[in-house]
Design a protein around this ligand. Structure first.
Ligand SMILES: [Zn+2]
Length: 253
């Protein structure tokens, strides 16, 4: 592969997994051609740390949110504090999220209902701030889609749903982000082959979903570039260029 420029459209470099070597991880990414990275908060502390990082590293962008998996022991007062924090950072963030529904990890009906109510509040916040909404949906892609279908700017991060739902999402003009898990998942490969090229983003979701062993990091998004390019019969350069253009278009970066 000649030198390519890529944006890792979703990662969590503020997580403790990177406490010992965060700067080195970012250096490796930049040397490998990962020109920019988008870091997403999942709760109040990670939203705060995300803002500290983006102030330190100009190639890092922030989306601030509340993951459906962060809702245990999360009170209504925490919710208003979180929303106020996101509003206070509105000029310095490029999106709201991740936010959404995760019925894979959460089976308790009361907690699922809480996910729906919190997700609706995050949808409203993204609309209020006129920012793209970054969705985390697991075993809930269709339901999440129904909740956001009237929004303007939407990214389904780490899309793992069906081909049929992907097509509905794409028909709305929304974006579909494929994580590095695609390197070892045949169903993800089927989706990655068919997302309209002008709506495809790629991401690592670091530190999770490594295409290699152990911890994931932004440099590994190149594994997806190679694989998805091959699946689609494109050069890695053309695939990378398309995803960079898409990422810049949806987030205005
Ligand atoms: Zn994530």
């Amino acid at each position: 592969m000649n030198s390519v420029s890529v944006i890792d459209a979703h990662c969590h470099l503020d997580f403790k997994h990177f406490s010992k070597d965060r700067a080195a991880v970012m250096d490796r990414a930049r040397s490998a051609g990962i020109v920019e990275m988008i870091n997403s908060g999942v709760d109040l502390p990670t939203n705060r740390r995300t803002m500290e990082l983006v102030r330190q590293y100009p190639f890092l962008h922030a989306t601030l949110g509340l993951s459906p998996n962060s809702l245990e022991r999360f009170s209504n007062r925490d919710m208003s504090e979180l929303k106020d924090f996101i509003r206070s950072q509105a000029d310095d963030i490029i999106g709201v999220g991740e936010a959404g529904l995760d019925y894979y990890r959460v089976t308790d009906p009361a907690l699922r209902a809480r996910q729906v109510s919190v997700f609706q509040q995050m949808i409203d916040l993204a609309a209020e701030l006129d920012k793209p909404l970054v969705i985390h949906a697991r075993d809930t892609e269709e339901q999440a889609f129904q909740m956001v279908k009237d929004q303007k700017k939407v990214v389904f991060h780490c899309y793992s749903g069906s081909l049929a739902t992907m097509k509905q999402i794409a028909d709305k003009g929304f974006y579909i982000s494929i994580a590095t898990v695609v390197c070892r998942s045949v169903p993800h490969q089927a989706v990655a082959r068919q997302v309209p090229i002008d709506q495809l983003l790629i991401e690592t979701d670091s530190p999770f979903l490594s295409p290699r062993r152990g911890r994931n990091e932004p440099a590994f998004v190149l594994d997806s570039v190679q694989l998805i390019a091959r699946l689609r019969g494109m050069t890695p350069e053309a695939l990378a260029d398309a995803t960079v253009r898409n990422t810049r278009r949806i987030y205005g970066i």
